[in-house]
Design a protein around this ligand. Structure first.
Ligand code: NAD
Length: 290
């Protein structure tokens, strides 16, 4: 397939490299000066998009996606597909989908989970929204860049799934960390806490697969000085998107809201910026109730 790839950052670069490695013809564009194995670079987003079967975007946010779409959609051939793998607000995904449809193009919102490790290994999970035709066109590329793709529904459904999943993740990580900090103060050894909770009803991905306590459970960023991993800044971004969506949809999400406020405090006013999101544990460790 002929593929345009716009946004060759931490995630986009390895994803584009995997597509090229699999034998696809990949033309990339990024505002920054980048080089990606096997990817020919274009001078603009429109040039990277011109004449391609599929154009993939992997950009920081919805405003940038909308701006890039303005350049890219007019350059694409009718019947081609724009596949946005960025994490953006549901409204931006739906707005770009409508513009693409009006131009006779397919659109799929397909945010990912799996992080930079998954992007490099080609083991991402894609959560896709859009038409059957769009999903079918993008599926062979999802198979190269990832290990699983779920068609969640119409345009925006992929972003909805992503932010709901990450709202659960943010809340359970905080719950896991505050429980460890309480256990410390009750004199309960962390290893014993893990042994019980990881096999009891408090278990979760945060405890079992990504334990925030160093030296306990599987290898995780906690064992590496809380280097990300999944940065607290990105968790804050996703929690903000969840609360923006909750407001737009009039959904009551008190724990999502509290998780957003805590990550905001941690990232913007404490030392959380640049740390893994599981560094909530050392944050709680040093605190009392006051
Ligand atoms: P990044 O900042 O490393 O990459 C974004 C790239 O987009 C940068 O290289 C930037 O120069 C480029 N860019 C910005 N504006 C542009 C424009 N107008 N035209 C062309 N290029 C432009 O970010 P990332 O970590 O690769 O994340 C990308 C997306 O993936 C984000 O939406 C993020 O939320 C999501 N995501 C990231 C992770 C992760 O672990 N890093 C995990 C899941 C999802």
């Amino acid at each position: 397939m002929k593929i345009g790839f716009i946004g060759l950052g931490n995630m986009g670069a390895p994803m584009a490299a995997n597509l090229a490695k699999a034998g696809h013809s990949v033309t990339g564009f990024d505002m920054a000066d980048v080089a990606v194995d096997g990817v020919r670079l274009a001078a603009s987003a429109a040039e990277a998009a011109k004449g391609q079967d599929v154009v993939i975007t992997m950009l920081p946010n919805g405003a940038i996606l909308r701006a890039v779409a303005l350049d890219v959609l007019p350059a694409m051939d009718r019947g081609a597909a724009l596949v946005d793998c960025s994490t953006v607000d549901v409204e931006s995904a739906r707005a770009v989908a409508a513009e693409a449809e009006a131009a006779g193009l397919l659109f799929v919102d397909a945010p990912v989970s799996g992080g930079v490790g998954g992007a490099t290994a080609g083991t991402l999970t894609f959560m896709a929204g859009g038409t059957e035709a769009g999903f079918a066109k993008a599926s062979p590329l999802f198979e190269i860049m990832g290990q699983k793709a779920v068609h969640c529904g119409a345009a925006g459904a992929g972003q909805a799934a992503k932010i709901c999943n990450n709202m659960i993740l943010g809340v359970t990580m905080i719950a896991t960390c505050e429980a460890f900090a309480l256990a410390d103060k009750l004199g309960l050894e962390r290893q014993k806490m893990f042994d019980v909770v990881s096999t009891s009803s408090g278990y979760s991905w945060s405890m079992n697969a990504y334990c925030p306590a160093p030296g306990v459970g599987p290898q995780s960023p906690a064992d590496n000085g809380y280097q990300p991993g999944f940065a607290a800044n990105l968790m804050l971004k996703d929690l903000r998107l969840s609360q923006q969506a909750a407001e737009a949809a009039d959904a009551d999400t008190p724990l999502g809201q509290a998780a957003m406020a805590l990550y905001e405090q941690f990232v913007e006013h404490e030392n959380g910026s640049g740390q893994d999101f599981s560094a909530m544990l050392p944050r709680f460790e040093g605190r009392g109730r006051g």
